[in-house]
Structure formats: C-alpha cells, structure tokens
Design a protein around this ligand. Structure first.
Ligand code: KG4
Ligand code: ZN
Length: 369
C-alpha cells in the first residue's frame, strides 16, 4: 500500500516546501508527503487505498459507498503517509477540491482543513486534473522524442506550451497548458470518458473491473484488425471525443460472434486499437493546430501500453515529444496533488483559506489557479 520513491527532477526553483497531500475525489483514498526543495521534487510517500473491491460488483463507482470507504480509510492512510514525520515537519497541507464526487471530496477536504488548522499550517486547494497533468513531474515519468525513450521533462517546462490529454475513468479532456496557471480547454468527451468505455466494454466481454487493465491483458493475444470499430469524431473539425458508439459496435459483435474465449481477445484488441487511435489522432492534431512541440498524456488510461506505444510512434514520426507519468502516478493518487500544490504555491506565492474553500465537483480549468 505504501510506496516510497525519490524523484530528482530539476524544475529550476529554490523554494522548499514539504506538503502533506490528500486525494479523495473518486474511488482512491490517498495521502502523500511531497517535498519541493532546491528545485527538485521528492516523493517521500504515496499511500493509496484502492476501492476496487467495493465497486467491482457494480461495474463502476457508487458515490455513497466510495465516500463511506474514504471516511474509513483516510486516517490510516494519512498516518501511513506521514510515517515518522511530525506535524511540525510539515509546511503545508494540500487537498483536491474538485472536480470529483461531492460526497467524496468532502472527506478529503474536511480532513485536510482539520490538520491544517490543528498544525497551524497553510492550506492549498488543488484541481484534480491539474494534479494529473503535473504527475509527469513525479518519479518514473517517461518521455518519447524522435530518440524514443530518451526525453526527460526539463527545467524550461513552463517556458513553452504543451498539449495535455487527461484520460481517465471520469475525464477525457484536451487542454493547452500555455504556462503555469494558464489553461485552455480545447475539447472533451461528449458522452463516456475513455476509461469509462474500457470499464463498460469489459462488462460486455465478461472481463473484470476495472476494464482498462483486463481489456489490455485480453488484447495481448488478439488481432487489433480483427473487427472494424469506429474512430468517432475524427472528421469533426473540433477536439471533442465520443466513446459511447463504440460500445454498441462491441455489443453487436458479441451478438454475432458470441464471447467464447477464442473471440474475446480479438474484440478487446480491436476496441483498444480504435480508442487509442482516436486519442492519438486528436491529440497530435491539436499539437499541430496550436504549433506545440510537447504532448503530455496522463490519467488512469495513460497506463495503457498500446496507447504509450502509439504515442511513441507518433513522436518518432512527427518530432513532437510525448510524456507519460510513472505507472504508479497514472491513476488517482495524492503525490500528484502534492506536486500540483507545490507548483501552485511556487507560482502564485499564496495559500488558500480553509474558511472559504469549498468542494467544487464541477471545477473548471477557467477557475484556476
Ligand atoms: O485516473 P483514474 O484512476 O480515476 C479517474 O479519475 O477516473 O482512472 C481510472 C480509469 C478506469 O476507467 C480504468 O479502467 C482506466 O483508468 N485504466 C486503464 C488502464 N488502467 C486503468 N485504461 C486502459 N488501459 C489501462 N491499462
Ligand atoms: Zn483522476
């Protein structure tokens, strides 16, 4: 449950802040100690309590159950993350305040406010999606340039704009990160998020929850060209996505072919290929349209090996560098919230007020920082 790592990524600043970060926006309860010091980000701990067991039988997250589980786990996870540190060793408390499920956000926010007040330490409210974007500053991040695998996130990160794709169970969003705190939403899914499509298709195929890992495992022995699947909205002349139609194609394929063990890998591989193609095509098109030389791909679905392979191919073909977080930071976790909290304080030079910050389930990019 507890993961201790070290990342020596230099981002070129000289402010030292040790942050306790908390994340409870959806179905992972997480607490982490992150330190930004002498220009490096160090993750001391990243304790993640998964609720997969709780939600597996429903094939998706049940908000009330998730909130109850957060309440049960949060103190234990904070203790695990804090370890030997004392309140006096912590400089600030950061927490996700949106977007997310209201009842879930409340658990993390009230815990963080309580600790901030009790310890007399400043409070930082973090956007969950900004956390995903900046997870590439954490340990194990991987970049693909023309020399595949050689790129690293460099000190001049905020000097040039990036295109960020946040792709998870709840979100599929394309953003231009102009510089720190300056974001423009280019497009988003009009229906299901890509991760949600993986989860729903896994149910149709009789695979386990969450669908991303089980479909990608089944796809390993399948032929991605076996069945024609739609690449929706590729000609839409905008940067929106749609992943609900592909479910119907999977349903029809199953009706026609059944779901015997010889068939499932081919459907899984064909589905995965179509989703990955769409994500890569739209993201690369956005990078060309906005003349941006760097793509960041984050969120739970960014763990997908085929997606990484396809972005690596695109990087080699186009010269646009593509970055992914370390695998431990792809899904929801508090370390990414700590990193985003550090960057927020670094760039805005301010903290937030525990008496005015409220959970914001619909937090928008425009509301930031
Ligand atoms: O970021 P995350 O942990 O939570 C949300 O904020 O939603 O993402 C969870 C999603 C799930 O839908 C899961 O099926 C998907 O990420 N996922 C994957 C993979 N691993 C997790 N999707 C495709 N391939 C994977 N390897
Ligand atoms: Zn997330």
């Amino acid at each position: 449950m507890l993961k201790i790592g070290y990342c020596s990524l230099v981002i070129g600043y000289l402010i030292s802040v040790r942050i306790l970060a908390i994340e409870t926006s959806c179905d992972e309860t997480s607490a982490s100690i992150v330190e930004g010091i002498n220009g490096a980000i160090r993750i001391f701990s990243n304790a993640v309590g998964s609720q997969i067991q709780t939600h597996a039988r429903y094939g998706g997250v049940v908000p009330e159950l998730a909130a109850r589980r957060h309440a049960e786990l949060i103190v234990e996870l904070v203790k695990l993350a804090v370890g030997e540190f004392k309140g006096s060793d912590i400089d600030a408390v950061a927490v996700t305040y949106g977007p997310g499920l209201m009842v879930c956000l409340l658990v993390g926010i009230e815990t963080a406010k309580g600790l901030s007040y009790a310890w007399g330490k400043p409070f930082i409210a973090v956007n969950h999606l900004e956390g995903h974007v900046y997870s590439i500053f954490g340990e194990g991040a991987m970049g693909y340039s023309r020399d595949v695998g050689k790129a690293t996130v460099s000190a001049d990160f905020f000097e040039k704009p990036s295109i960020a794709l946040v792709v998870s169970g709840g979100h599929t969003e394309l953003i231009v990160v102009e510089r720190y705190g300056c974001y423009k939403l280019l497009g988003r899914t009009r229906d299901d998020a890509a991760g949600e499509a993986f989860d729903k298709v896994a149910i149709l195929l009789g695979l386990s929850y969450p669908g991303g890992p089980s479909i990608s495992a089944a796809a390993e022995t399948g032929d991605p060209q076996a069945y024609a699947m739609p690449r929706a909205m590729l000609d839409s002349h905008n940067f929106d996505f749609s992943f609900s139609g592909i479910k119907t194609h999977v349903k029809n394929a199953i009706k026609k072919l059944g779901r015997a063990s010889a068939i499932v890998p081919h459907i899984a591989a064909s589905f995965q290929e179509a989703v990955c193609d769409t994500l890569v095509a739209k993201t690369v098109a956005a990078a060309f349209y906005y003349n941006v030389g760097r793509i960041i791909v984050t969120g739970g679905v960014s763990a997908n090996a085929r997606l990484r392979e396809k972005f690596a191919e695109a990087a080699a073909q186009t010269g646009i560098a593509c970055y992914f977080p370390g695998k431990a930071l792809t899904g929801d976790n508090a370390a990414m919230i700590g990193i985003a909290g550090y960057l927020k304080h670094l760039h805005t030079k301010r903290y937030d007020d525990i008496f005015t910050i409220r959970p914001n389930p619909d937090l928008k990019w425009e509301n930031l920082p």
